[in-house]
Design a protein around this ligand. Sequence first.
Ligand SMILES: Nc1ncnc2c1ncn2[C@@H]1O[C@H](COP(=O)(O)OP(=O)(O)O)[C@@H](O)[C@H]1O
Ligand SMILES: [Mg+2]
Length: 238
Amino acid sequence: MGKLLICDNVTKRFGGLVAVNRVSVEVSRGELLGLIGPNGSGKTTLVNLISGVLAPDEGRVLFEGRDITKLKPHERVALGISRIFQGMRVYPYLPVYYNVELSARSVFKDAKLARSKTIWALTTTKLLAETLELPANLTPYKIKMVELARALVTNPKLVLLDEPFAGLSPEEVSEVIEIVRKLNGNGLTFIIVEHKLRYLMKIVGRVVVLNEGRKIFDGAPSEAVNNEEVSRVYFGVV
Ligand SMILES: Nc1ncnc2c1ncn2[C@@H]1O[C@H](COP(=O)(O)OP(=O)(O)O)[C@@H](O)[C@H]1O
Ligand SMILES: [Mg+2]
């Protein structure tokens, strides 16, 4: 079977700065891939290129063998690519249930289906007790769960998580990991951008390391920590 996602030599420039420089990454169905690198190394930009928030200046993005380079974010969501953003992206004064249902309705025109998907996503993210709460009144962890529910409710094949552990306690991080592992065990593919390596390295099967927009490593987490260049540019500075 072909790869789920292929980034083929993608480049993104901001003026004179090359944020992502000829990066190629292939992701198979069912993988749990870590994307790491120092601050400003291009991780969020690469996630934006995959989700369609940005278009590459060069290179292509393929999903299930189809060239999606020119597709808009909502078109990619419909194909099965969901993401949660670095920082919070929910409607703070819309009850949790409607936050999630709105996302469901963007993909499922059938109201009944959208409703049942919403209940499933709220159950999966353990938000059933908060369905009528406003996100504005929730903890950062619960807001993160609302974001995750919004990403899951569209029936994705690939979920992109940009720093999902940021601002969470160790217990909350464990909760997120448990949910991600369970979904991954059911075949859902994840790309996780994360700074908290001690958590990330334990859960991912493979890690891609970026530095100054370039891919400098692609392989097993255990090999990444022993790689000289990775140690120098990444572990050396934390
Ligand atoms: N919209 C933008 N306009 C100009 N420069 C940007 C923009 N987004 C990111 N950059 C720059 O591109 C580089 C990579 O940023 P980013 O992908 O956010 O890094 P990371 O997520 O790894 O910290 C940084 O130097 C950043 O300042
Ligand atoms: Mg970032």
